[in-house]
Write a protein that binds this ligand. Structure first.
Ligand code: DGJ
Length: 657
């Protein structure tokens, strides 16, 4: 039985792998025998109540299938929900678990995707990382066992992204088969690839059973978050193209979804906590002169916050730094003809805060145990209604008072003691998921109430860069590591699943604050302009005249290219793996943008030729120096790139003539 290609494997009747549904019944066993009882085929795709999900806009974009299954002995019901997108073949897949019996049930495992794949001679792909080193592509043989990744952190996390894939041994960027699963969820998850004793593979993705269970009284049901399955026989780029298009146009929402984003300047690395209104105004004024359009005030503007040890939750401007309040600064910035943006970390509470002194029970905790602090802070319990009301009101009043055009929503620690004392004991293991549902409710309400605001999510850099949050906020801070070379790895890996339009990418000072490396302004600019959320993050008032001139040209270049970066089809060309070069390309109708980066130079090597992709081989293309090439030459012989020295770059636009 264990080798059967079950669609919804369960335990107790001959299946010994990871079950798609694991339910403990009132008799104390977890045998589940699901039989099909009905099905429906429906046009389009339904939303998932309270959860982020991909959507359709026009009739015919997708078709949906719902299959009902039931276990007659316990009354357990499972409805499998599939939606197939016509153009790309991407499949959104989730499930609803219902207790139609007379006794309570406990859902202990819920894997909306569990997919048998013929054969097992595959590689596993996933995105591994750490703080400042997010989403490095890992490719490793599947072997004859089980390969699992996941998070128990209460966030998707820096360490693993909610994505896993299998690909053929010969699969490369542009050819070969790949099967990917991505989870539209921002909390703890478990994903795996396994082989059975008949030599076939299975991919699965779902809620992490270590930190999840759900109590179902008779009549209650549970909706899982959604997974998105993509198959491509056109290599890893083929898979990424499908995810990019779906996530850019049918997951992200709102007024900013299709609009190229304003060039911003954020004061974090420029000042950290040490600023006042005048200092910020000077940075903004100088930034405006360089061509920057949006000024963002980062952490440190509220309560008594001069370091990271207090005041989270006290969302009132510090009068010592901002004597005329949020509105005073915002008016001055708007007066420059710039947009104004602000930072908040709404899910957090500092033990040293007025909020904590008033509501010490509002954080996640276990009564009688120490409350583990990280970065001197605790996490608000978003499973509680009164906490959600507080956060919604706090964020809304900051946005109203500051008339902000942009909000950076940060989250800087993972969960410990992840239980809500407000829940009865049999429901405490629900806390992590209830927290995520609470977060989604709050984000939905705020983003709908302020439709013109551009929201960027952030989590100690890219610790929650996932499809769940992209539904609410169309861009995310990719990493706290702003070094141009590190960013090649990070943006390359991130692009496996996520479109460049979603990536926040900034030019920062040198030596870089995270890596201490010095790269040219041009290289830093050429890397950052490939992110849809392009900006600067340094004290521009301290730049020399020469540096200001360089900054002006980087900014002008980013503006010139931003709509192509936002809407163009992205192709990875050369992986930074060998530490010598990296290259990628954007393509839209009659234009292409080739981006090549030289990491370390070496003597006695011929000039690099980078082969472009997706062009019309019979057409003629003109580069920015006026030279003409046939598409066939650019694709099959390649464009010759002359970059000398370490840390060089070449960003070249081609137009079809
Ligand atoms: C972590 C973020 O990633 C940084 O950009 C910055 O906003 C800090 N938090 C502020 O505390």
């Amino acid at each position: 039985m264990n080798w059967q290609p079950f669609e919804v494997p369960t335990l107790g009747q001959g299946w010994y792998g990871t079950p798609a549904v694991d339910v403990l019944n009132a008799r104390g066993d977890h045998v589940v025998d699901l039989r099909v009882t009905g099905h429906r085929i429906l046009p389009g795709k339904k939303g998932l109540p309270g959860l982020p999900c991909v959507y359709t806009e026009e009739a015919g974009e997708a078709w949906s299938l719902e299959v009902d299954l039931a276990d007659s002995l316990t009354g357990l019901g499972v409805t499998m929900q599939y939606s197939v997108f016509e153009k790309t073949g991407a499949v959104a897949r989730s499930m609803r678990v219902t207790n139609a019996g007379q006794e309570p049930l406990t859902l202990r495992g819920a894997f909306p995707a569990s997919v048998p794949i013929w054969g097992s001679d595959y590689d596993v792909l996933h995105l591994k990382g750490a703080w400042a080193r997010e989403r490095t592509l890992v490719r490793t043989p599947l072997g004859q066992g089980r390969y699992e990744i996941g998070s128990q952190r209460g966030a998707s996390g820096h360490e693993e992204n909610p994505f896993i894939a299998l690909c053929g041994k010969e699969t490369c960027e542009n050819s070969g088969e790949v099967w990917g699963i991505s989870f539209v969820y921002s909390g703890s998850f478990l994903a795996g690839a396994s082989t059975d004793n008949a030599g076939n593979a299975r991919l699965y993705m779902g809620l992490n059973p270590q930190v999840f269970s759900w109590h179902l009284e008779p009549g209650e049901s549970f909706q899982t978050p959604e997974t998105v399955l993509v198959h491509s026989s056109q290599g890893l780029n083929g898979m990424s193209r499908i995810y990019h298009e779906l996530y850019r146009t049918r997951l992200a929402r709102g007024a900013w979804r299709d609009r190229p984003r304003p060039v911003l300047i954020n004061n974090w690395e420029g000042t950290y906590f040490d600023f006042d209104e005048d200092k910020l105004f000077q940075i903004a004024r100088e930034g405006k002169e360089l061509g920057i359009e949006l000024f963002v005030m980062d952490d440190g503007w509220f309560g008594q916050r001069n370091s990271d040890n207090c005041s989270l939750g006290d969302w009132k401007a510090n009068p010592d730094k901002l004597p005329r309040g949020l509105s005073g600064l915002s008016e001055r910035i708007h007066g420059l003809g710039m947009l104004f943006g602000i930072w908040m970390e709404p899910e957090m509470i500092s033990p040293d805060s007025d909020l904590y002194r008033a509501h010490p029970d509002w954080c996640l905790h276990v009564e009688g145990r120490e409350r583990t602090e990280e970065r001197n802070q605790l996490i608000l319990d978003l499973s509680r209604k009164e906490v959600r009301v507080f956060i919604t009101e706090a964020v809304s009043s900051v946005l109203r008072e500051s008339r902000a055009d942009y909000l950076k929503w940060d989250m800087n620690r993972n969960m410990t003691e992840y239980f809500s004392p407000a829940l009865p004991p049999e429901r405490r293991m629900e806390t992590q998921h209830r927290y995520m549902l609470g977060l989604y409710e709050v984000m939905d309400e705020i983003t709908r109430s302020f439709p013109q605001v551009l929201f960027e999510s952030c989590s100690g850099g890219g610790g929650r860069f996932d499809p769940g949050l992209l539904y609410y906020m169309p861009q995310a801070w990719t990493s706290d590591n702003t070094d141009a070379v590190s960013r090649l790895w990070i943006q390359y890996g991130t692009s496996l699943v996520y479109p460049p339009s979603a990536m926040g990418a900034h030019v920062s000072a040198v030596p870089n604050h995270q890596c201490h490396r010095t790269t040219t302004m041009k290289m830093r600019g050429d890397v950052a302009l490939c992110g849809g959320g392009f900006g600067f993050e340094l004290d521009v008032t301290s730049l020399t005249e020469e540096e200001k001139q360089q900054a002006r040209s980087v900014i002008a270049r980013a503006k010139e290219l931003r709509s192509l970066v936002h809407q163009g089809t992205f192709y990875r060309l050369l992986s930074p793996q060998g530490a010598r070069y990296a290259a990628w390309q954007f393509l839209r109708e009659n234009e292409a943008l080739l981006c090549v980066y030289r990491i370390l130079s070496e003597p006695s090597l011929p000039p690099l030729r980078v082969r472009m992709t997706g062009l019309d081989p019979d057409a003629v293309y003109r580069d920015e120096t006026g030279k003409l090439y046939s598409g066939a030459v650019l694709m099959y012989m390649g464009f010759s790139v002359g970059i000398s020295g370490d840390f060089g770059s070449c960003v070249m636009r081609f137009e079809k003539v």
